[in-house]
Write a protein that binds this ligand. Structure first.
Ligand code: SAH
Ligand code: SF4
Ligand code: F3S
Length: 485
């Protein structure tokens, strides 16, 4: 992992190094010259804003962008009215793209009044050819555009953009490269996401992720464990291991290792008190993993197990490689091995060809499993995916009606699961002072439910025992009942 660097020792007068990450350190040092000069001219350091869209993996990438900007000498701000703004985009559903196009109009207006401003776009949306064409044609005010495979080159691209006025575009089709040891600035002091793999090989027929994130690549276990050890030494108590399909971790390594084996190694790291992971594909969830979860003292009693649809016919069309019965059998096996496990899921409504009967199978699984919570999505047609060219796209009003019925059922299940724990004592990792009421703090149980209870700022980052006094649907009001662990 990144360690403090003495920037003054980097020889910026000589040629840039060829190897990474030294090459990027060189360009960060070069950009520091610019921020110093900016300060001399304006009497303040330049401000930068990083806007993240999309999943936890993008959020982790945004922490890297933030770390690199800080290394370059920028100060980070929550406001888009900044000297540098970067959007780390998502394209999993059409509305994710629409948000970005909408915000860009606003940024353009601000830039017209502040011409020195630089705007950058990166992330999944930039891996789509049509998006790049549109930017080149209609969004000429954007300064830097790069994709998911070369995010590590941010400092180098920034350096080029600071030297010239033309748009800098660098998009790669794919990569097998993983660059370690870049600066990273965590959003929370006490918890952190940790990438264990990149990309996805599953090609679910509705999903654009394999096209924009490329082929599956696992990080070496030594690199992951070294990063977590450093995080623990820096005060992190909870890690979330991240990948599109963590259950297939390690298959492509020179010395293959299973995800369950990796978890056991993470468990040994002193200082780490909670381990979470995301996302588990049901088709690859092994008995070994279930056994490790059952025995572990640190892995949280929560499993996110995306269902997508309860209809075996639709699941086949989705290329998910499991059917309704297999999914329910898996849930039964997990529930038996890991008592009190909370199950959450993702469900898509309105996949092409979905009939009322298919939809009722989804409702049936939701009732049978009784999820603690579920993310429900309206199917969004993604250009280039096999499902996009299917003829039987479902009319909007039908989808909306199904979506509303599903949401109601999900909320009912979720409230019932939460209600069942009322009155219990449980451990909470305190995350923040409550935004609405500063006499309260808010934190999460191992099962991911949120609890608000009277407390103070000094409890942030600590694990405390709390009595769950009152259930409010998907969160609780509680009362402190024990000391930190
Ligand atoms: N790798 C994870 C999911 C990543 S995308 C997994 O396989 O579980 C997160 C969620 O977005 C998916 O689980 C799916 O429910 C939803 N999603 C993906 N593509 C979608 C699309 N085209 N329309 C609607 N929802 C979609
Ligand atoms: Fe998309 Fe499927 Fe890969 Fe998840 S597993 S990212 S849904 S293709
Ligand atoms: Fe979105 Fe890319 Fe994640 S498309 S969901 S940000 S992998």
């Amino acid at each position: 992992m990144f360690q403090e660097i003495d920037w003054d020792k980097i020889k910026i007068e000589s040629e840039p190094p060829k190897e990474e990450p030294q090459r990027q350190y060189y360009f960060m040092a070069k950009c520091r010259q610019f921020t110093k000069q900016f300060k001399a001219e304006h009497g303040r350091v330049p401000m930068a804003h990083v806007q993240n869209y999309g999943c936890q993996m993008n959020a982790r990438d945004s922490e890297k962008l933030t770390g690199i900007l800080e290394a370059m000498g920028y100060e980070i701000t929550d406001s888009e009215e900044a000297d540098f703004v970067i959007y780390n985009t998502c394209t999993v559903r059409e509305n994710a793209n629409n948000k970005v196009w909408g915000r860009l109009g606003y940024l353009n207006a601000y830039k017209k009044k502040h011409p020195h401003m630089k705007i950058a776009l990166c992330g999944c949306m930039m891996q789509e050819t049509e998006v790049i064409e549109k930017i080149k044609k209609s969004y000429r005010f954007v300064d830097i555009v790069f994709g998911t495979h070369n995010i590590y080159k941010f400092a180098e691209l920034m350096h080029t953009a600071l030297q010239q006025n033309d748009m800098v575009i660098d998009i790669w089709k794919d990569t097998d490269k993983i660059v370690e040891d870049l600066p990273v600035e965590r959003k929370y002091a006490f918890k952190s996401g940790v990438n264990i793999m990149f990309g996805c090989n599953n090609f679910c027929s509705y999903c654009i992720v394999p096209y924009v994130r490329g082929r599956e690549r696992s990080r070496k276990p030594q690199d992951i464990l070294r990063e977590i050890e450093r995080l623990a030494a820096d005060g992190v108590v909870e890690v979330m291991l991240l990948g599109q399909n963590v259950n297939s971790y390690g298959k492509t390594l020179d010395e293959p290792m299973t995800f369950a084996q990796l978890l056991q190694e993470v468990e040994k790291i002193e200082g780490i008190k909670r381990i979470r992971f995301m996302t588990s594909h049901p088709k690859d969830l092994s008995d070994e993993l279930i056994e490790v979860m059952g025995k572990s003292h640190k892995i949280c009693n929560h499993l996110h197990l995306p269902l997508q649809s309860g209809s075996s016919r639709i699941l086949k069309e989705m290329n998910r490689h499991y059917d309704k019965e297999q999914y329910l059998a898996l849930v039964a096996k997990i529930r038996a091995a890991v008592p009190n496990i909370a199950l959450t899921t993702d469900i898509i409504v309105g996949f092409p060809g979905e009939t009322e009967e298919d939809f009722s199978e989804t409702m049936d699984v939701v009732r049978k499993v009784g999820y603690e919570s579920a993310f429900t999505f309206i199917y969004s047609k993604r250009t280039g995916t096999p499902a996009a060219v299917k003829e039987e796209q479902i009319p909007e009003d039908v989808v909306k009606d199904r979506f509303d019925r599903l949401l109601k059922e999900v909320q009912r299940c979720s409230a019932a699961r939460a209600e069942a724990l009322t009155g219990r004592l449980d451990e909470v990792l305190v995350e923040e002072v409550n935004e609405q009421d500063d006499t309260l703090v808010s934190g999460r149980l191992g099962n991911n439910f949120i609890v608000h209870f009277p407390g103070s700022r000094d409890m942030i980052g600590k694990i405390v025992k709390v009595k769950l006094k009152e259930c409010k649907g998907f969160y609780y009001y509680g009362e402190l009942a024990g000391q930190e662990r």
